[in-house]
Design a protein around this ligand. Structure first.
Ligand code: HEC
Ligand code: HEC
Ligand code: HEC
Ligand code: HEC
Ligand code: HEC
Ligand code: HEC
Ligand code: HEC
Ligand code: HEC
Ligand code: HEC
Length: 271
């Protein structure tokens, strides 16, 4: 597991620590016990971890807050209860593994705030540059919406951050261009992610001539599905045969062999 220490013992860390202590003591004196209510903790019950079924039931602040002199980070405290997250962190194919093995130095609190009240959000990624590419789908092709605003997480995850269905892709793209989207859907099927990774190499500036099989001559403008019947993945598209004879009937009943391209070109069968 990658450790995520805050590095308090640097020069600026120590200065910051003293400033914080000074402020805390000041606020404590000014407000009595008020300062200890940083805001109430979340009461939403769920599975039992560490003997409690919600954060609000945790009695010791130190369950989440390590003392300044401790070498523990907050993450070390959180995963004492959230052992499933600790396991995820060492598996790059899982959400928290992708997040923590991505190279960025995240801490749990970047995405999981607390003290926002009894039903306050426990996951809020709005303050971070969420490492979405690490989850297998890049935001590259989705820089700005039709109305000029940035994409938000709910645009693609309307039913919660850990759920995704390609119906969401369809719904939005139907609104943008229903004719294109529906014919595209009929051609290539519902599994958008089998071809799109978001980077996006099959987007607006798609150009077949970068592939081995150039769409020149009489092949120019031919509907995709005439050659790519029932293609559902990139592999299906790639494995389309390139020999003339696999798509065109031999008018010579085999007399001239299989090498049609030896006598013909895509400009026409004649001459
Ligand atoms: C379930 C874990 C958890 C428990 C228990 C908890 N806190 Fe926190 N606390 C947090 C998190 C997470 C943050 C960061 C919140 C944010 O950045 O939005 C935080 C922030 C704070 C802050 C703001 C200063 C800072 O470090 O950012 C104070 C003060 C604080 N907590 C005090 C307490 C006190 C006092 C208790 C015990 C009564 C307590 N906390 C219990 C998780 C917890
Ligand atoms: C003493 C054990 C304990 C500690 C320490 C603890 N949690 Fe929790 N946490 C729980 C319990 C219990 C729940 C509610 C059960 C559930 O939602 O399945 C919960 C719920 C959550 C949820 C919501 C889970 C969901 O399914 O919606 C998040 C996110 C979370 N904790 C993050 C943290 C973070 C971040 C820390 C450290 C700052 C932390 N927890 C520390 C026990 C703990
Ligand atoms: C870069 C953002 C990010 C960071 C950093 C992060 N998480 Fe999460 N975490 C998420 C997202 C997104 C979800 C999914 C939330 C949902 O489904 O609503 C999640 C889900 C969870 C859950 C609930 C689901 C589950 O798997 O049990 C817990 C508990 C949790 N995180 C704990 C932690 C802890 C502990 C840390 C620090 C070691 C941490 N997270 C760091 C983004 C983050
Ligand atoms: C343009 C659409 C789009 C947007 C916007 C988007 N996502 Fe995603 N997200 C996806 C796709 C596609 C996947 C991959 C789903 C799969 O592989 O099954 C995904 C996967 C995820 C997963 C992993 C789910 C899992 O079960 O492993 C999380 C967590 C997630 N996104 C969080 C976010 C967060 C947080 C934001 C906002 C910062 C966001 N997404 C914005 C499309 C999007
Ligand atoms: C079999 C592979 C495949 C599947 C599956 C697939 N696509 Fe595509 N998509 C492509 C290719 C290739 C292009 C570029 C050529 C074109 O425009 O037809 C493309 C282009 C697009 C474009 C860009 C159009 C433009 O010019 O701006 C959008 C939007 C799109 N697809 C959405 C989707 C959605 C939504 C789904 C799922 C319902 C989906 N695709 C499923 C291969 C696929
Ligand atoms: C909320 C609306 C919305 C959702 C949801 C959405 N898109 Fe898009 N998509 C757009 C817009 C708007 C653009 C044009 C963005 C641009 O030009 O910057 C776009 C662009 C694209 C492109 C072309 C990108 C390029 O580089 O040319 C493809 C392909 C695409 N989307 C596929 C998908 C797939 C697959 C999903 C589901 C994972 C999806 N979209 C979800 C609105 C959406
Ligand atoms: C005249 C036949 C023909 C037509 C029409 C055609 N293709 Fe292809 N395409 C091929 C052949 C053959 C291959 C496989 C050889 C290759 O990869 O160059 C291929 C490969 C592809 C690949 C995979 C390339 C790779 O290597 O990743 C994509 C994507 C593709 N075609 C999309 C399209 C789309 C979208 C259309 C419609 C605009 C289309 N094709 C029209 C014959 C055709
Ligand atoms: C993957 C399938 C595929 C391959 C491989 C292919 N073609 Fe085609 N070709 C087509 C399709 C589909 C059309 C359009 C026919 C239609 O619209 O009915 C076409 C049209 C043509 C035409 C226009 C006349 C006609 O028959 O409609 C010529 C000429 C042609 N191809 C020559 C060739 C030559 C020469 C080769 C080999 C270098 C070749 N094709 C390889 C699928 C293919
Ligand atoms: C040895 C040379 C040669 C080879 C190899 C060859 N052809 Fe031809 N093909 C011809 C000639 C010559 C014609 C007649 C051209 C004309 O009438 O001007 C012709 C005509 C055709 C025509 C047009 C028929 C018509 O009446 O419109 C088609 C279609 C055709 N060939 C398909 C193929 C296919 C498919 C292959 C590969 C299986 C192939 N040819 C291999 C020489 C060849």
């Amino acid at each position: 597991m990658k450790s995520n220490k805050l590095g308090c013992l640097t020069g600026s860390g120590i200065v910051a620590m003293f400033i914080t202590l000074f402020l805390l003591v000041g606020i404590a004196l000014a407000s009595g016990s008020q300062m200890f209510s940083a805001g109430s903790l979340n009461t939403e019950p769920g599975q039992v971890y560490g003997g409690v079924y919600s954060h609000a039931q945790i009695e010791e602040c130190s369950a989440c807050h390590a003392a300044p002199w401790s070498t523990d980070s907050m993450a070390d405290r959180c995963v004492v209860c959230h052992t499933d997250v600790a396991a995820e962190m060492s598996d790059i194919t899982k959400l928290h593994g992708a997040i923590f093995q991505n190279g960025e130095n995240f801490s749990c609190r970047d995405c999981h705030p607390e003290h926002r009240g009894a039903d306050g959000l426990l996951t809020d990624t709005s303050g971070v540059l969420f490492p979405h590419d690490a989850l297998g789908y890049s935001m590259n092709g989705h820089q700005g919406k039709e109305d000029g605003n940035e994409f938000t997480c709910v645009d693609c995850h309307p039913d919660g951050l850990s759920t995704f269905t390609t119906q969401t892709c369809l719904n939005c793209h139907d609104q943008i261009d229903i004719a294109y989207t529906q014919s595209h859907f009929l051609s290539f099927g519902p599994d958008c992610l089998a071809c799109h990774d978001g980077v996006d190499k099959f987007g607006n500036d798609f150009n077949h001539s970068i592939f081995l099989f150039n769409l020149a001559g009489k092949h120019e403008g031919v509907t995709c599905t005439k050659c790519h019947l029932d293609a559902r993945t990139v592999l299906d598209l790639k494995s389309t045969p390139q020999e003339c004879a696999s798509c065109h009937t031999d008018e010579h009943d085999g007399r001239f062999g299989k090498d049609c391209a030896g006598c013909h070109a895509v400009e026409g069968w004649k001459p």
